[in-house]
Ligand binder design. Structure first.
Ligand code: NAP
Ligand code: ZN
Length: 359
């Protein structure tokens, strides 16, 4: 067994300001990577700017990361900043800017990189140092080496081959105060999927089970916030962020499984938010698992059975209907991917996959 999670994590109130010296330790000039607007209104950019200014660290801002960022965006940032003397990269936001920040840190270290570089395992994976400040509660990207990028040439999303773990993750639930209910639901269902897909993963070992179980227990405490039965408190926001980070640590150990693999073409074809696309397949996936494992995990997450999970997903997503042609593309993509078909801890053949996708 191997446990590799090389990210220094601080999960506390005001952690960006508290750790200004840690941020400053990475060099003299930072590239701050954000989405288009949320980081400038939820306080996360202000905190990072203050920390950098207090230490006399110069910075540039690249605020053009779209949702489900593309390889074009990553390479575009490299063209702009390759000669700017950047020492380290700070990704602020949801999974999109954090994933983009990792890929940008890689290509800034290798200015000769072209789009193929991102997917070429024979090329070096060393990158500029990366700091991540999450402002959503689902991807756990702040603790994974994964960067999921949209490939317009293939009309889907594919994770970069290279693993670029952040050096520092600064987690503060206060950045969720501005998040809409929809964003919290979408991202928390993504966190739930990471926790369940890793616990039910063929590669899950005791270390993965440890982080997944801990994350599911925390996740269960905020379930009634997601169903709208309770308004979130700051303590809930901290738990939402923490269960997301534990989900990230879990998938860092074993990768995701069938629901994630099925989701990517749905997001590309329909523009469906990542958590929504993944969540659609989650009840069917869990239902297909071995009964004993399924029951233990559902209990940890606060569900009485797989039907209860299905009702929850139906409720929080208002009964999402996916046109059958899109489901068929998801099905065909995963059916033809032998590694993904073997990624669950239980057997998934064509019939089982059909049931997960079409019910
Ligand atoms: P996201 O795509 O990063 O952001 C979704 C939306 O939420 C954006 O419009 C963003 O606005 C807004 N937003 C972010 N934080 C906010 C806040 N605190 N308050 C208000 N609005 C806020 O969403 P995400 O679900 O976190 O990330 C999804 C991406 O992560 C997908 O590409 C997915 O494939 C990837 N992912 C990566 C991993 C991994 O291990 N690396 C795991 C799972 C998923 P702005 O654009 O203005 O910032
Ligand atoms: Zn995900």
């Amino acid at each position: 067994m191997k446990y590799y999670m090389p990210v220094r994590v601080f999960d506390e109130k005001e952690c960006v300001r508290n750790h200004a010296d840690d941020i400053a330790s990475f060099g003299r000039k930072a590239l701050v990577v954000t989405g288009r607007s949320s980081s400038f209104s939820n306080g996360s950019y202000d905190d990072v700017k203050q920390a950098l200014d207090d230490s006399g660290i110069d910075h540039e801002v690249f605020s053009e990361v779209e949702e489900n960022p593309s390889t074009d965006t990553v390479l575009g940032a490299k063209e702009r900043y390759a000669s700017a003397g950047i020492d380290f990269v700070i990704g602020i936001g949801g999974g999109s800017p954090m994933d983009a920040a990792k890929a940008i840190a890689l290509v800034l270290k290798h200015p000769e990189a072209d789009p193929e570089y991102l997917y070429d395992p024979s090329r070096p994976s060393d990158a500029l140092p990366v700091i991540c400040v999450p402002t959503t509660c689902g991807t756990g990207s702040e603790v994974t080496g994964v960067s999921v990028l949209t490939r317009h040439d293939k009309k889907t999303k594919i994770s970069m081959t290279h693993k670029v773990f952040p050096d520092l993750a600064l987690i503060d639930g206060k950045y969720l105060r501005s998040a809409s209910k929809t964003l919290i639901i979408n991202s928390s269902v993504d966190a739930l999927a990471h926790l369940l897909e890793s616990a039910l993963n063929a590669k899950a070992d005791d270390y993965v089970q440890m982080t997944a179980s801990a994350g599911l227990k925390l996740w269960a405490q905020t379930k009634d916030v997601l169903t709208g039965d309770r308004e979130p408190s700051d303590e809930d926001r901290a738990l939402l962020m923490r269960s997301s980070a534990l989900g990230g640590m879990s998938i860092a150990g074993c990768g995701t499984s069938i629901p994630h693999a099925l989701s990517y073409t749905l997001t590309y074809d329909m523009g469906l938010a990542h958590g929504r696309a993944v969540g659609y397949f989650l009840p069917g996936f869990v239902q297909a698992a071995v009964q004993k494992e399924r029951e233990a995990l559902l209990e940890l997450a606060g569900f009485s059975d797989a039907g209860d999970l299905k009702s929850f997903i139906f409720k929080v997503f208002d009964g999402q209907v996916i046109p059958s042609e899109h489901l068929t593309r998801s099905f065909e993509t995963v059916k033809n991917n032998p590694a993904k078909m073997k990624s669950a801890s239980f057997e998934v053949d064509e019939q089982v996959l059909k049931k997960i996708v079409f019910g």
